[in-house]
Design a protein around this ligand. Sequence first.
Ligand SMILES: Cc1ncc(COP(=O)(O)O)c(C=O)c1O
Length: 380
Amino acid sequence: MPPPTHLEGVRPFLAMELMERAFALEAAGVHVVHLEIGEPDFAPPPAAVAACQAALAAGETNYTDSRGLPELRAAIARDKSQRTGASVDPEQVLVTSGTSPALLMVFRLLVAPGDEVLVPTPHYPCYPNFVRLCGGVPVPIPCDPERGYAVDLDAARAAITPRTRAIVLGSPANPTGAVQSRETMRGLASLDVPLVCDEIYDGLVYGDARVTSALEVTERGFVLDGFSKRYAMTGFRLGYAIAPPEAVRTLQILQQNLFISASEFVQRAGLAALAEGGPTVAAARDRYACQRRILIDGLQELGFEVPREPEGAFYVFADARRFATDSLAFARGLLERAHVAVTPGVDFGEAGEGWLRFCYAATEEDLREGLGRIGRELGG
Ligand SMILES: Cc1ncc(COP(=O)(O)O)c(C=O)c1O
């Protein structure tokens, strides 16, 4: 069945498509090196696993308040306040089954058919798809690697129309690893359009980079965050939105209808991760810092260009136009012939065509094996 016309604009998430093809190859006995998907290579905090198991054993398998367990909302508000210096009220927190549902609900809240959302690009693939799903129109704002992918405030201002309802961005960003400066975040807040800021990679930064949360620069912003990346809890499906107080009631109604609540035992795991997961996150960050170097150097040796080194998250966004202009065909070829899964740059918007995204949340062994296979495929 072809997609119905109202969903025609919603495109496949190519990182997932490549991963699913890799799974099929693996099922047929092929050894694939995974550098495509943003999946941490370390185990979740042991305390989170233990809390989840204990909750399951204790029968904590029910619906909860749609906004989340009160103690988890309080712990998230405390954690986010500590990390940002902003004051977050637990009443602003809505716990969700991953950051993705939180994004969907925030867009549902802000975007009516025909409304526009500014999307600095390269961008996380799903942002424009969420906007389209709401009948809205994503408006790309190209960001230049030579300027560190800083959002061009003049370009953003010039793109605002009476239909503009939000600007959405990640910082640290997927796929570029860029961290927006405090000055840029202040500028974005002054645009007088709600700022939707995806902070799922907050805490995973290298060198001198310092993340400025939207919470520090505006009281009208929507912040999305979650447990997938920092705590390696992708499969738990746990995230949250922090919203202006006046928006929480509508988000609560959406959650009641769409998702009811996040799983109770998973929320218990989230509580334990916040309480005891700090050392796991610190160890992962140290390891990523080394793996980041290995991947950047290895890619450059192979002839890829990395005009801007990532400051955060765990991806390298590399210019591959020296080898191919069609990034999807190139990525598919690498997977089928070299058995290395990478993400085509076009997944991140037209500005990413000809580029590839490589994830360094992989073991050092896999990174070196992947680089070796790519080198041989390119004839090195
Ligand atoms: C920027 C960004 N936002 C959101 C998500 C989805 O996160 P979750 O697993 O919490 O739904 C991802 C996953 O890759 C991401 O990179």
